[in-house]
Design a protein around this ligand. Structure first.
Ligand SMILES: Nc1nc2c(ncn2[C@@H]2O[C@H](COP(=O)(O)OP(=O)(O)O)[C@@H](O)[C@H]2O)c(=O)[nH]1
Ligand SMILES: [Mg+2]
Length: 201
């Protein structure tokens, strides 16, 4: 097929696709986060959804949670026309940990969601990514009714390395989640760049 120069310039670029994991304890908001930004109907094994089609402001956090994700959440978001993220929510239940290694294959980075009322629920995910050298960003899902803490306090409680970013978010809010994802991608790319940079002599 012959294309003139002008038609070639109009050919859309194939977007780069990146894989991002979404982890954190049970009820921390992983399914909510993926659902808030996904352009495709999130694929879930839980079909009795509480959050879909229901006003978000009548929810009261974990207390209103009636379903759980058995396998995983999957979603897609186009951050820019040339950059598409595939989101994979990690299974929240301990007995599905064996799926993580499979999911982590080829992931650029991860979001670890945390709830300040139950920070310890995020330790396992943080340990997991630290041990495997997968870049991650911690996003505190600010549930209403949960006390707000200064980021330094949360960082100390999670024992985060100085280079790990910690951001605040609302997992129900598209723009908020988008900025978390941008932070994750930027952080992971900086680390990847550093790893591949020629060693200074
Ligand atoms: N108030 C409030 N509720 C939230 C927020 N994020 C999630 N939820 C609710 O908390 C419950 C657990 O969230 P879910 O996404 O299922 O958690 P997961 O187990 O990590 O997938 C659901 O009922 C959500 O609607 C939030 O930022 N604020
Ligand atoms: Mg879930």
């Amino acid at each position: 097929m012959a294309f003139g120069r002008s038609s070639r310039t109009k050919t859309p670029v194939e977007p780069v696709t990146l894989k991002i994991l979404v982890a954190g304890g049970f009820g921390v908001g992983k399914t909510t986060l993926v659902g808030a930004v996904s352009e495709i109907r999130p694929l879930r094994t839980e079909e009795v959804l509480t959050e879909a089609g229901r006003p978000v402001d009548d929810l009261h956090g974990v207390e209103s949670k009636t379903t759980t994700t058995v396998a995983m959440d999957f979603g897609r978001i186009t951050l820019r026309e040339d950059l598409v993220l595939y989101l994979f929510g990690t299974p929240g239940q301990d007995r599905f940990w064996f799926l993580w290694d499979e999911l982590a294959q080829g992931a650029l980075g991860a979001v670890v969601l945390a709830d300040t009322r139950r920070l310890e629920d995020s330790f396992a995910a943080i340990d997991y990514f630290e041990r495997r050298g997968i870049p991650f960003t911690v996003a505190v899902n600010c549930f209403e009714g949960a006390r707000r803490y200064p980021t330094d306090t949360v960082r100390a409680a999670l024992d985060l390395d100085p280079e790990v970013e910690l951001v605040m978010c609302d997992a129900r809010d598209r723009e908020s989640v988008k900025s978390v994802l941008v932070a994750v991608v930027e952080h992971a790319l900086v680390l990847a760049d550093r790893e591949h940079a020629p060693v200074a002599t």
